[in-house]
Design a protein around this ligand. Structure first.
Ligand code: URA
Length: 240
């Protein structure tokens, strides 16, 4: 059971106070009766909710894009280490049980983290065999050359791990800012790939998952729900 104002705020992508105003104005109807109190709860499995006569399709599963700030870990439980997680910093109205980040970014990596309660979807987009690309911008301590582009394209071996072919291109003339595209999520993968060639990654930001870019309107730490077509586009690598 969830509070109606919270559900409306989530489903219509509006603030909690706006949702309360809709209720106050008598525009929200639950199972045929106007909702009188913000505290009323609904059962997403069987209740029918409408606003201004339009039925709200109650979402069973949610997909949230976060622009992860530095210093926050991509985990559901930071209690062991007393660290803040991406789940801790979600706005209260977005919190619900079973949310987790689909894939991990290092504590000092920033950018696109997908938070969901859809385990199957997360598995699908993270599995290397489904080829869902993840694109990053990396700031490096020294420039890279064409040889490294070739090595990344071949697939770098780090220790026991054989990385799949990865894309590498210069973002600007000095070759110290790189666009890196991978389709795996091995531990510290990009940092280790560069490290093998004695290059240090100073900053790393994920800007794309599949066909969906990080929304540049999101400041670090901010997030928003994805709509159905955005969720679908994660499964496709249709670029720019
Ligand atoms: N590769 C890394 O090294 N770190 C990340 O956070 C993501 C990819």
């Amino acid at each position: 059971m969830e509070r109606i104002d919270k559900v409306i705020s989530r489903e219509l992508n509006i603030g909690r106070s706006e949702a309360k105003t809709l209720i106050k104005q008598g525009r929200v109807v639950l199972n045929g009766l106007p909702v009188k109190s913000f505290n009323d709860k609904l059962d997403e499995e069987k209740d029918i909710l409408s606003v201004d006569g339009r039925e709200i399709k109650l979402r069973k599963l949610v997909y949230i894009m976060m622009n992860k700030p530095k210093g926050v870990i991509s985990s559901t439980d930071g209690r062991k280490t007393a660290e803040k997680t991406v789940i801790d910093i979600l706005p209260e109205e977005m919190k619900r049980k079973n949310l987790f980040p689909a894939g991990r970014l290092d504590k000092n990596t920033t950018g696109f983290v997908l938070i969901t309660d859809d385990g199957e979807f997360a598995h699908r987009i993270l599995s290397p065999k489904n080829h869902v690309e993840k694109e990053y911008i990396a700031n490096l301590d020294k420039p890279f050359d064409d040889e490294l582009i070739g090595a990344f394209a071949q697939g770098v071996t780090i220790g026991e791990d054989e990385c799949l072919p990865a894309g590498l291109e210069a973002v600007n003339g000095d070759h110290k800012t790189a666009r890196v595209t991978i389709r795996q999520g091995m531990y510290h993968q990009i940092k280790r790939m560069f490290k093998k060639f004695s290059i240090e990654v100073l900053e790393l930001k994920r800007i794309r998952m599949g066909g969906l870019y990080l929304d540049e309107a999101l400041a670090p730490g901010e997030c928003r729900y994805l709509d159905e077509s955005e969720v679908d586009s994660i499964n496709q690598n249709n670029l720019r």
